[in-house]
Design a protein. Structure first.
Lengths: 183, 207
């Protein structure tokens, strides 16, 4: 009986350890995580709202990128993606399901950044301009941007999302950091 | 333990994604600016030309003779679409005569941009025809186009395609293609030359 109690305690301790997503962050990490949440969340809310307010402009840009040839798929992306961005941005700012939302925003940011870079390289080959002189509307809701600055900005946001999703940061003032608990 | 943590994060991401897509669907449906998800907004479109985009970028960066190359590329595109064009010099050469023809409905000018750009400034007497929401503009525009001898359609310029899409829709609705001309340089050049502009100014009501 004593040994089964010891086993039970060990099991409970293991389960408790499994429920924790990682070691508790220190104060600096708390602040960094909070800044990442607010910063990335704000960018996504602004960008999503700007595109949702003028989805036609976003649709035109999607067509220029020529990623998706099917016109109905273009329409679906242009109609839905801005609102999804807005949703993710709001969740990050409020601190709801932070890690899952950060992982989702990473899956949005990474291919988008690759597309922007590929489009810039394509324009550079056709125009002969230096790549960091290339400016175009990337569909971010901010009009024309310098492509190098945009890629750097996105790389920073991807890093921030990785810290939130994988590093367990961003708990400070979060409404509900984790929605799904392990059993 | 790390794998279990990652599994939970992925699961959470899927839940957020699912709820987010539902939110997105509702947002698009309820928004007055929302798109009709089953609609093809670019009927009969040729693929967007990256060469034209490169020339637009070159022009923006101040590369010399990019403008003329861009105009040449745009005229090639118009030929592919079976559309005719007019240069701004030719259009403004007989400006007074054009005004008279406009007044009696022989000449119709169509602005293929959106409501906000139209309100900010347009060619005097132009009819707005935003082809992305063309149903709203059919009543005033279609009869005018059917009765006109010549229809000049413009958008911003600089390689924009909206005037071409507008022309294609009007063609589908029965407006003869030979009546229509795309103003290649667009409103950008019209404004740059200091030509007359009309605006729609919202007036506040004072109590």
């Amino acid at each position: 009986m004593a040994s089964s109690r010891t086993t039970d305690r060990a099991n409970h301790s293991n389960k408790a350890a499994q429920m924790r997503p990682g070691p508790m962050p220190n104060k600096l990490a708390d602040v960094i995580g909070f800044i990442c949440r607010l910063g990335i969340g704000s960018v996504f809310v602004y960008s999503g709202w700007a595109k949702a307010s003028d989805p036609i402009q976003f649709l035109k840009l999607l067509r220029q990128y020529d990623l998706v040839s099917h016109p109905l798929l273009q329409t679906a992306i242009a109609g839905l993606l801005p609102w999804l961005e807005l949703f993710c941005g709001a969740l990050l700012i409020l601190g709801l399901a932070v890690r899952g939302t950060a992982l989702l925003t990473t899956t949005l940011l990474v291919p988008f950044t690759i597309v922007v870079a590929a489009h810039a390289i394509h324009l550079q080959r056709l125009s002969g301009l230096p790549i960091c002189a290339i400016r175009f509307d990337c569909g971010c809701g901010t009009g024309e941007v310098n492509v190098c600055a945009k890629i750097l900005e996105n790389a920073g946001m991807i890093l921030g999302c990785a810290l939130l999703a994988l590093g367990g940061l961003g708990r400070l003032l979060a409404l509900k950091y984790t929605l799904i608990q392990s059993k | 333990m790390l794998k279990l943590g990652l599994k939970l994060v992925v699961k959470e991401a899927l839940v957020v994604g699912g709820v987010g897509l539902l939110f997105a669907y509702l947002g698009n449906m309820l928004s007055p600016m929302g798109l009709k998800l089953g609609r093809n907004y670019f009927p009969e479109a040729v693929a967007s030309d990256p060469y034209v985009q490169a020339l637009v970028a070159a022009r923006a960066a101040g590369v010399s003779n990019a403008t003329e190359q861009l105009i040449y590329a745009v005229t090639n595109r118009l030929v592919q679409k079976g559309l005719r064009w007019i240069r701004i010099d030719e259009f403004t050469r007989n400006y007074t005569e054009n005004l008279a023809r406009q007044a009696i409905g022989q000449l119709v000018i169509v602005d293929a941009r959106n409501q906000s750009r139209f309100a900010a400034g347009h060619i005097p007497g132009a009819h707005l025809f935003d082809h992305y929401r063309f149903e709203q503009y059919l009543d005033p525009v279609l009869p005018a186009c059917m009765n006109a001898e010549c229809i000049v359609i413009y958008c911003d310029g600089g390689g924009c395609e909206d005037s071409e899409f507008a022309a294609q829709i009007l063609r589908e609705l029965g407006v003869p293609a030979e009546k229509m001309r795309i103003l290649i340089e667009g409103f950008e050049q019209w404004q740059a030359r200091g030509l007359p502009i009309e605006q729609i100014i919202q007036t506040r009501q004072h109590k």
